[in-house]
Design a protein around this ligand. Structure first.
Ligand code: LHQ
Length: 257
């Protein structure tokens, strides 16, 4: 059982709720650990085919709990010991991860959302690179992902000025994938998660790996990586099922293997 998050699996979707609503779901070291642990469990649980991270209450996550910060804290070590492992767990996860951003995502809470594969935003969501307001630099992989999503100039602007990005603007600049009306939030997030959970899960894991490989490899090495990935995908049940469904003109029923 967890103290700072709530975790449940419903019909192939693992729901991970950040659960410190009175602090706008600010991170503590325990919360970093519990998130990493829940992600590790969902990655190895065959029943799970999609993961949703969202916040309890009115916020997604307000970043590091500032009431726990003091002069004895070595921030570099805190990042190495707590935030880095959590963000790496997201990067290494073979299942698709959706950040369902229900409210403000600030500081490392913004970084958490950036590390996920999809960002769905409610009309009440906003993103805030708050670090500069407390004399810090964006951390937890923030600039790595932000610059890829919105480009160099916008990434610098958001980080240096620390201005809030509304949900509408976030979709406009490519920071978020979809804007969802607050009235339909639960139903539409669930429908999106169920849809993703019904896709060929192994292929999605391989797509994620190929995206990472594309960032690091030469073109020739990337083509080789891609060939290896495609070989694995071609041996899955879901590949066969997709082919059969196409030939038989019916909807495919993927099982995630
Ligand atoms: C909070 C927090 C919070 C504690 C709201 N902590 N209580 C990594 C490595 C090591 C160290 C340093 O940091 C990092 C990474 C980081 O994340 S640094 C950046 C940390 N985050 C921030 O600087 C954001 C701080 N919060 C805010 O700017 C605002 O609260 C936002 C814009 C998120 C929301 O504003 P409002 O909607 O106006 O809400 P509020 O400010 O009134 O907050 C509501 C309550 O939540 C309030 O408590 P209270 O007892 O007065 O009701 C806040 O104190 C508490 N809270 N964020 N990060």
């Amino acid at each position: 059982m967890y103290d700072t998050i709530r975790y449940e699996v419903i019909e192939g979707v693992a729901w991970l709720y950040l659960n410190r609503p009175e602090k706008l779901n600010a991170f503590t070291a325990l919360m970093n650990k519990e998130i990493a642990n829940a992600l590790k469990i969902s990655n190895s649980d065959d029943e799970v085919r999609c993961i949703v991270i969202t916040g309890e209450g009115r916020a997604f996550c307000s970043g590091q709990d500032l009431s726990e910060v003091d002069e004895t804290m070595d921030f570099g070590q805190v990042l190495r010991d707590h935030y880095g492992p959590m963000i790496k767990q997201i990067r290494q996860c073979e299942k698709p991860i959706i950040a369902a951003v229900n409210g403000v995502a600030a500081g490392a809470g913004f970084s958490l959302a950036l590390a996920c594969d999809f960002r769905l935003v409610s009309e009440k969501a906003s993103f805030l690179n708050a670090f500069v307001h407390v004399g810090l630099i964006p951390d937890s992989g923030n600039l790595f992902y932000l610059s890829k999503l919105v480009g160099h100039a916008k990434s610098l602007e958001l980080s240096i000025l620390g201005e809030k990005v509304t949900a509408v603007k976030a979709v406009e600049i490519g920071l978020a994938n979809r804007l969802i009306s607050i009235n339909a939030w639960n139903e539409e997030v669930t429908a999106f998660a169920n849809r993703v959970a019904g896709l060929p899960t192994r292929a999605i894991g391989l797509i994620k790996q190929a995206m990472h490989a594309a960032e690091n490899l030469s073109f020739e090495d990337y083509l080789e990586f891609e060939a290896g990935g495609q070989r694995i995908a071609s041996l899955t049940y879901d590949h066969r099922e997709g082919l059969d469904a196409f030939i038989q003109k019916r909807k495919a029923n993927y099982i995630g293997r």
